[in-house]
Ligand binder design. Structure first.
Ligand code: FAD
Length: 434
């Protein structure tokens, strides 16, 4: 009889893990609570819904998130495959039409006869082989049971989403299309330029606007996804060195913007744009006034407002092995953001490794411990070995992998990291029959 695994959570990690099991001839019951019960951030019943940005970050293979995707491609990742099918142009980033992306994931999983989607909330960690991939917004009852079983060892931080506006409402007599540092191509981003006076007025409005109250809020926001109003309070020029950086964005040689708000395409029909780096939890009225004060957005029609949510994760070094297997039970694996990885692509990568390792566990094979020169291996190693007292979620970055001791220029150094990682991954997989 065909072996079966239960996966709880049909997000990025759960969908990827399901695919890895299905293609290894293991049946999957994927239990997803939406649409019967929604999280505070998801808006659809789709599998692998992207809750905020539509970008999987850099697609340049020598950048850390780009290398992660290259490694995932080598391991036949569902999420990378679906993202490439749903890609929309965004300079050096891999951005997708979020609706097409989720549909592609559903189409590929749905094509397996031994795939079974169950739409209900799970209240307790199930018996039998199971992968928990319920994400940073795991429903309360299940999270309570996880805490109970893992001796209350859970933490949280706060994370905000960015607003989306319609393209029709952007004033293109003020804004212009251009990618940073790229004068030769038409460009994918719409830029809203500000002069010094406009920036200072915008800055004042942003730093004095009222934020929406959030239940249980404490000021521990994640650096990589910080609300724009929190970042602004660090100093008047912080945004000009961050999301509103004007360098490389001149319209022509005589144009010298003081700051630039960038808008990124959000759908393949090219009708929606998100404000890049503009995650916020200002009150909706304040957001509207602030967005409409940006040059070119005076008539902006807002389709989704920014909001902030509490993200929960486990103190992984106490509970997880670098195979994503729990120390509590050998047939229990965790995957995705709940493990302490941070980001869409990182969550999917952990689902990939958890799925492969669950398949290997079921088949009685040794579990994969990918080399720490690879981005997937180094991220998993971080979860097992990070200092538990200071444990915080982690994006893919070169600080995680084994350092290169020889001296190289910055660009060449990254090239070396990439070549070394892909070689090590290939050799490891060949030695382990993958
Ligand atoms: C508000 C917010 C904004 C974010 N923005 C970004 C961003 O812009 N870019 C980025 O890279 N990362 C972002 N992240 C971080 C992270 O990458 C995403 O949360 C990502 O979706 C995590 O993938 P996952 O598979 O672990 O969880 P999810 O994609 O959230 O999937 C978990 C699934 O489990 C389901 N579920 C939860 N509890 C239960 C239960 N008890 N029973 C059954 N099903 C359940 C949920 O409905 C959900 O579908 C954001 C996170 C949050 C919370």
């Amino acid at each position: 009889m065909m072996k079966k695994v239960t996966i709880v959570g049909g997000g990025l990690a759960g969908s990827e893990a399901a695919y890895q099991l299905l293609k290894r001839d293991i049946a999957v019951d994927l239990i997803e609570m939406r649409p019967n019960k929604m999280t505070p951030a998801h808006q659809t019943s789709h599998l692998a819904e992207l809750v905020c940005s539509n970008s999987f970050r850099s697609k340049l293979p020598h950048n850390a998130p780009g290398l992660l995707k290259e490694e995932m491609k080598r391991l036949d990742s569902l999420i990378v495959k679906a993202a490439l099918q749903a890609e929309i142009k965004a300079g050096g980033a891999l951005a997708v039409d979020r609706e097409l992306f989720s549909r592609e994931v559903e189409k590929i999983l749905g094509a397996f006869k031994h795939f079974n989607l169950i739409q209900e909330e799970v209240l307790k960690i199930p018996e039998g082989p199971v992968i928990i991939a319920t994400g940073p917004l795991t429903s309360d009852k299940l999270f309570d049971d996880i805490k109970k079983q893992l001796s209350d060892d859970a933490m949280h931080f706060f994370d905000a989403v960015a607003p989306i506006i319609t393209k029709d409402s952007i004033d293109m007599s003020v804004c212009y299309v251009k990618n940073r540092w790229d004068d030769d191509h038409p460009g994918d981003y719409i830029n809203c330029p500000m002069n010094e006076e406009e920036y200072k007025a915008f800055y004042k409005a942003l730093t004095t606007a009222e934020t929406a109250p959030i239940k249980d809020f404490e000021d521990n926001v994640f650096e990589g996804c910080m609300p724009v109003e929190t970042m602004a309070k660090r100093g008047v020029d912080t945004l000009r060195y961050g999301p509103l950086k004007p360098v490389g964005l001149r319209k022509d040689k005589d144009h010298k913007p003081y700051a630039v708000v960038q808008l990124r395409k959000d759908d393949a029909r090219d009708s929606l744009y998100n404000l890049v780096g503009f995650q916020t939890h200002l009150k909706f009225g304040e957001q509207k006034a602030l967005i409409r004060s940006i040059p070119g957005l005076q008539n902006a029609e807002i389709m989704r407002y920014g909001v902030m949510h509490k993200n929960s994760f486990l103190k992984a070094p106490n509970h997880l092995k670098r195979t994503y297997q729990s120390k509590l039970r050998e047939d229990l694996f965790f995957a995705g953001q709940i493990t302490g990885v941070e980001g869409y692509i990182e969550s999917a990568a952990s689902g990939l490794l958890a799925g492969i390792n669950m398949a290997r566990f079921i088949k009685g094979q040794s579990l994969l411990k990918l080399p720490t020169t690879t981005m997937i291996g180094a991220s998993a190693d971080y979860l097992e070995n990070a200092n538990v007292k200071q444990f915080q979620p982690m994006n893919a970055n070169y600080g995680l992998v084994d350092p290169i001791t020889e001296k190289h220029k910055k660009k060449e150094r990254k090239e070396h990291y990439m070549q070394r990682a892909l070689k090590a991954l290939n050799e490891y997989l060949e030695a382990h029959d993958e």
